[in-house]
Design a protein around this ligand. Structure first.
Ligand SMILES: [Cu+2]
Length: 160
């Protein structure tokens, strides 16, 4: 709790100093959008880098999708399953990684043609908005994809 209050104090303080010119503290790297097979939703991964105070990713929207949800994975009775959440924490001077097997954006109602880049706007609790462009890629066979995601998870575990 102490940390949260401190972060708010910082925001107010820097806001008073910055005046009209508002610095953006979040940037996006390595955006990836994978389309779902048939009517299945698409998924988006991205690395968000934050040079400012702690904040939260609170939403995402795009003209190319009817609806975007924030999802994460959780263990439930030994089974990994997806759950929708309201936000993702973005640490101060840190990173938020949306990645296979972890936090991700689930995108419903794709309206594009599968070739043109789409822009997704990420909204943060500190008022910043980040437009991220990525060219969607078609999903390979689902089995391949599952194995691929598992491999990534293993790699991440080894990294810790
Ligand atoms: Cu999901």
């Amino acid at each position: 709790m102490k940390h949260v209050i401190f972060a708010f104090a910082l925001l107010v303080f820097s806001g008073a100093h910055a005046g009209a010119e508002r610095a953006t503290s979040v940037t996006a790297m390595q955006p990836q959008i994978k389309l779902g097979i048939g009517a299945r939703p698409a998924v988006m991964f991205v690395h968000v880098h934050n040079k400012g105070a702690a904040t939260r990713l609170i939403g995402a929207s795009s003209d190319a999708f009817a609806r975007i949800e924030l999802h994460t994975h959780e263990m439930n009775g030994g089974m990994m399953r997806m759950v929708e959440v309201t936000d993702f924490a973005v640490p101060a001077n840190g990173k938020l990684h949306l990645k296979p097997g972890g936090h991700h954006l689930m995108m419903f109602g794709y309206r594009g043609d599968g070739e043109q880049a789409v822009t997704v706007t990420l909204t943060f609790a500190n008022g910043e908005e980040l437009a991220v462009a990525a060219t969607p890629s078609a999903r390979a066979k689902p089995n391949h994809d599952k194995a691929h995601d598992k491999m990534h998870k293993k790699m991440h575990h080894h990294g810790h």
